[in-house]
Design a protein around this ligand. Structure first.
Ligand SMILES: Cc1cc2nc3c(=O)[nH]c(=O)nc-3n(C[C@H](O)[C@H](O)[C@H](O)COP(=O)(O)O)c2cc1C
Length: 180
């Protein structure tokens, strides 16, 4: 099973990126998990969508070929970062590579709400006609105070959070199998 990961932060020390890498390592026996380099995508421009730069085609192909897409994102000003929205906008046009794609959302922040507001927006966006992704029902992953739960090597060390994510990933994988 192939899972494509979209991380909503492009900064080097991103806590969400660390979490995505942690998940990639922890669940490597469960799925082939690849973090897609969406930081390489140019700003979406409708003039270019029929003849996009090669990197757009390459990343869209990876999304299209995946069995599921995992979003790991911070919250910026009560929404998702523009960086992530840009990738979604590319994915929503011409060949709509997220349509019908089983999607799971994880968000983390140093604050207490763990990206709850951004995830509400993200679910709304993913449900729009150009995207029409299938979002994992009944499971939400809001990780607050994430800087206290990741150690210096970027490993999650907060046992309740580890167990919780294990359960949601299991639910996600089982649900992907059912949606096929
Ligand atoms: C432009 C900007 C806006 C932010 N807005 C919010 C916000 O609305 N809610 C929140 O909980 N944290 C907010 N933060 C703090 C982020 O949660 C924090 O910087 C986090 O570490 C970013 O994720 P990253 O470590 O993966 O890059 C904001 C940070 C930035 C840089």
């Amino acid at each position: 099973m192939k899972i494509a990961v979209l991380v909503g932060s492009n900064r080097k020390e991103s806590l969400n990126k660390k979490l995505a890498v942690y998940m990639q390592n922890r669940y490597q026996k469960t799925a082939e998990i690849e973090i897609l380099p969406i930081e390489k995508l140019p700003m979406y421009n409708q003039d270019d969508e029929l003849t996009p730069p090669e990197i757009v085609t390459e990343i869209k192909k990876k999304v299209a070929e995946s069995d599921g897409v995992l979003f790991v994102t911070p919250e910026y000003n009560h929404s998702i970062p523009a960086f992530l929205k840009n990738a979604i906008d590319w994915f929503s046009r011409v060949d709509k590579v997220l349509a019908g794609k089983p999607v799971m959302i994880v968000g983390s922040s140093p604050g207490v709400l763990g990206t709850a507001r951004a995830q509400m927006h993200l679910r709304q966006i993913l449900n729009s006609p150009g995207i029409s992704a299938l979002t994992l029902p009944g499971n939400e992953v809001f990780i607050g105070a994430v800087h206290e739960k990741l150690n210096e090597s970027g490993n999650l060390v907060h046992e309740p959070t580890i167990q919780f994510i294990d359960t949601v990933i299991e639910n996600y994988i089982n649900w992907i199998k059912k949606t096929k």
